[in-house]
Design a protein around this ligand. Structure first.
Ligand SMILES: [Zn+2]
Length: 244
């Protein structure tokens, strides 16, 4: 079930009742699609791999730039100019032998562009609504939960979209119910540990989802002032994405 090396490597988390041996095996057999290898995606994929998620596909079209380095902790100065997805996959494959990481260098604009494969979870770590809605469409058709993360300045949002369920909201329901802070990181700025905090909460909830449960609420986090707020998001009646 688990090799001797795996028993030793994951020994500190195997004692957690939430994981146990069965849960760890489940993580090792899990397949996760992560879109975005930036400030959210880097810490997220690092901790998914270190926890023993067996298969990760990273989708990102961008190249590493110097101003990325404070937050995008998988990269260093030698990576500037290289494709983020390729560098991230290469480093994770070297560091975590239990995890197979694939890279797809692509700016996602349509559902048909998504890599083939059956995913247990998709994560939008791009902070780009148009990408989120592409993943949302895939999520609804293929019944795959979608974890949406967004961060700007000191604040972040974490939301699970499951529009394929008759009583659960999709990402479009969420976009219609609450406005994310206007402007992006390039105009409002972003603090590296604040975006990292949200990414690691995202990684924790991603593992929880892979083990069969997930939060029902939207989390709004102010990492600077230590405020966290959970809000209920209802399925939107007449939603053009998930409405019946
Ligand atoms: Zn919806």
């Amino acid at each position: 079930m688990l090799s001797d090396d795996q028993l030793l490597r994951y020994s500190r988390q195997l004692v957690l009742s939430e994981l146990d041996f069965i849960g760890q095996r489940k993580l090792l057999d899990s397949r996760v699609l992560v879109v975005g290898a930036g400030g959210l995606g880097c810490p997220l994929v690092l901790y998914l791999a270190s926890s023993g998620v067996g298969h990760i596909t990273i989708v990102d079209h961008d190249v590493v730039e110097l101003h990325n380095l404070p937050r995008q902790i998988l990269f260093d100065e030698r990576d500037v100019g290289k494709k983020k997805a390729l560098v991230a996959a290469d480093k994770l494959n070297q560091q975590y032998p239990d995890t197979a990481v694939d890279a797809v260098c692509l700016r996602l604009t349509e559902v048909s562009e998504l890599p083939e494969g059956t995913f247990d979870l998709m994560i939008d770590a791009t902070d780009t609504p148009s990408v989120g809605l592409v993943l949302n469409a895939y999520s609804i058709v293929h019944r795959v939960p979608l974890l949406y993360l967004a961060a700007v300045a000191m604040e972040g949002r974490l939301f699970f979209a499951r529009g394929y369920e008759i009583d659960k909201p999709c990402l479009q329901c969420y976009f219609g119910s609450t406005a994310d802070p206007a402007g992006g990181c390039h105009t409002l700025g972003v603090l590296a540990p604040a975006v990292g905090a949200l990414a690691l909460l995202g990684a924790t909830q991603a593992l929880r989802s892979l083990l069969g449960e997930m939060p029902e609420t939207l989390l709004c986090l102010d990492a600077w002032r230590l405020n966290a707020l959970q809000l209920y998001v209802a399925k939107s009646e007449g939603c053009t994405a998930c409405g019946i």
